[in-house]
Design a protein around this ligand. Structure first.
Ligand code: FES
Ligand SMILES: [Fe+2]
Length: 406
C-alpha cells in the first residue's frame, strides 16, 4: 500500500478531504467482476492453504484462482510444486478431486492418459504414437509461481510476478518472532457471504463500525470503542502523546492477554517478546486474499475468495502451537467463539452494505477522514485495474466520473 499519498494527512492518520468511494457498479457488474479476477487475482500473490494440508510427497490439492484451475503437489523431495491443472495435450483437467494422494510419483491425465512426473515433465503420451513435429520437452506442465511463508502457501499466476519476499518481506518481518511454521490448524470456519469481496476488505480497513457492530471487541480493545484503530487516527493525538492507557495508546483492556471470551490467553507462544504481545494483535495483510492476526497464544488467518460479483467465501483458520494443543487442559473454545462472534458481526455488516448498493440511484459513496485505509485499499484496486488515481483536487463532477469509469 502507498503511504505518502497526497490526500493523506502528514501529522495524523487520515484523509485531508472527502474522497469518492469506488463506483457502485464495481460491486455488482459481472463484466467488472471478471476484470477484477484477471487484473487483481490473476496478477497478485493469492493465499491458497496451509502447507500442513499437503503433508507428504504425492499429496495434492486443487484450487480455482481467478477462475483458473490450479494444482499444488508435494514432490519426491518434499517440495511443493504449483501448476495449472491443465493437460498440455488438449487441455483436460488433470486432477479432478479437491485433494488426495497420487498412487505413484506420476500425474496421469484422465482423458487420453498422458503422464507427467511431479516436476512437470511429460513422460508418456498414452496410446499415441511418435509423430514428426512433436517433442515431449515442449510440453511441460504449465508452472505457476509458488511461495511458502510461515507454512502459508501462496501462488501467483502472473509469469512476471515479483517474488513474495521482495514484496512482503517488510510486512512479514513485523511478526518474525511468531513460530508460524510449527503451528497447526485447530479449527476452521468457512462460510459464504452475500457481498462483493471488496466490501469485506473495506470493512476490515476501518473501525468506524466497531462501537456499534462489535460491542464485545470494543470492550476488549478499548481504542476500537473510540471508532479508531490506532493512536494517530486521532487528529489531536499529540495532546495525549504521553498517555499509554489502552483507550489512547491501543492494546487490550487492563488485565486482558488475548482475543478470547474473557480476554485470557492459553499461554504465550515460544519466541515472543513482551513487545510482541503488548499490542494485543498484529496484522499481516496480503491483499487481495488474506489477513493474518497474530496474538500472544494463537494466530487467525482470514481468507477472502471472490465467488460471484455479489458473493464471496470466507475461510478462517485458528492456528495453535502443537505444545499447547497437546496440553491436557487445552481448550480453544473461548478463542474460537470470540472470533466467530466478531466475524459474524463483520459478515452481517458487509451483507447490509452489499444489499443497500442494489439501489440504482446510488452511484458511489464517500470516504471520510477516518477511512484512510479504505481509501488506500481502493486506490490499490484502481491501480491494479489501470484506472488513473484519484487525489488531485476534483475538477467537476462529470470529469471526475470520467476519470474513474472505464
Ligand atoms: S487432454 Fe490430456 S491426454 Fe488428452
Ligand atoms: Fe469489524
Amino acid at each position: 500500500m502507498m503511504d505518502d499519498h497526497p490526500v493523506l494527512a502528514s501529522d495524523f492518520n487520515g484523509l485531508t478531504r472527502a474522497q469518492p468511494s469506488l463506483p457502485a457498479s464495481w460491486y455488482r457488474d459481472p463484466d467488472h467482476f471478471e476484470k477484477e479476477l484477471r487484473h487483481v487475482f490473476a496478477r497478485n500473490w493469492v493465499y491458497l492453504c496451509r502447507a500442513e494440508s499437503l503433508p507428504e510427497p504425492r499429496a495434492y490439492r486443487t484450487f480455482r484462482v481467478a477462475g483458473q484451475p490450479i494444482l499444488v503437489i508435494r514432490d519426491r523431495d518434499g517440495r511443493l510444486q504449483g501448476y495449472f491443472n491443465t493437460c498440455r495435450h488438449r487441455g483436460s483437467i488433470l486432477c479432478t478431486e479437491p485433494e488426495g494422494k497420487l498412487n505413484k510419483y506420476l500425474i496421469t491425465c484422465p482423458y487420453h492418459q498422458w503422464v507427467y512426473d511431479l516436476t512437470g515433465r511429460l513422460r508418456g503420451t498414452g496410446p499415441m504414437r511418435d509423430v514428426a513435429g512433436f517433442d515431449k520437452e515442449d510440453y511441460l506442465l504449465l508452472r505457476v509461481s509458488l511461495a511458502e511463508w510461515g507454512g502459508f502457501v501462496f501462488v501467483n499466476l502472473d509469469p512476471d510476478a515479483q517474488d513474495f519476499e521482495t514484496l512482503f518481506g517488510a510486512e512479514t518481518g513485523y511478526v518474525a518472532n511468531w513460530p508460524l511454521t510449527d503451528m497447526r490448524v485447530g479449527h476452521n470456519y468457512t462460510k459464504v457471504l452475500n457481498c462483493n469481496w471488496k466490501v469485506f476488505w473495506e470493512n476490515f480497513n476501518e473501525c468506524l463500525h466497531c462501537p456499534n457492530i462489535h460491542p464485545e471487541l470494543s470492550d476488549l480493545v478499548p481504542i476500537y470503542g473510540r471508532a479508531i484503530m490506532a493512536r494517530r487516527d486521532d487528529p489531536n493525538w499529540k495532546e495525549h502523546a504521553d498517555d499509554d492507557t489502552p483507550p489512547i495508546g491501543g492494546g487490550l483492556r487492563e488485565g486482558a492477554q488475548s482475543w478470547s471470551m474473557d480476554g485470557s490467553a492459553l499461554g504465550r507462544l515460544p519466541g515472543l517478546t513482551d513487545e510482541d504481545v503488548e499490542t494485543g494483535q498484529r496484522y499481516v495483510t496480503i491483499v487481495p486474499s488474506v489477513f493474518i492476526a497474530h496474538h500472544a497464544d494463537y494466530v487467525r488467518s482470514v481468507q477472502i475468495t471472490p465467488l460471484t460479483p455479489q458473493t464471496m467465501q470466507l475461510s478462517v483458520d485458528w492456528l495453535f502451537h502443537p505444545e499447547m494443543m497437546n496440553a491436557p487442559d487445552f481448550d480453544m473454545e473461548p478463542i474460537v467463539t470470540f472470533g466467530k462472534i466478531v466475524l459474524d458481526q463483520d459478515g452481517a455488516a458487509s451483507e447490509l452494505n452489499q444489499a443497500g448498493m442494489a439501489s440504482e440511484r446510488f452511484e458511489r459513496g464517500v470516504l471520510m477522514q477516518e477511512e484512510y485505509e479504505v481509501f488506500l485499499f481502493q486506490d490499490w484496486v484502481r491501480r491494479q485495474l489501470g484506472v488513473p488515481p484519484l487525489g488531485a483536487p476534483p475538477t467537476s463532477r462529470a470529469s471526475r466520473r470520467a476519470e474513474i469509469e472505464d
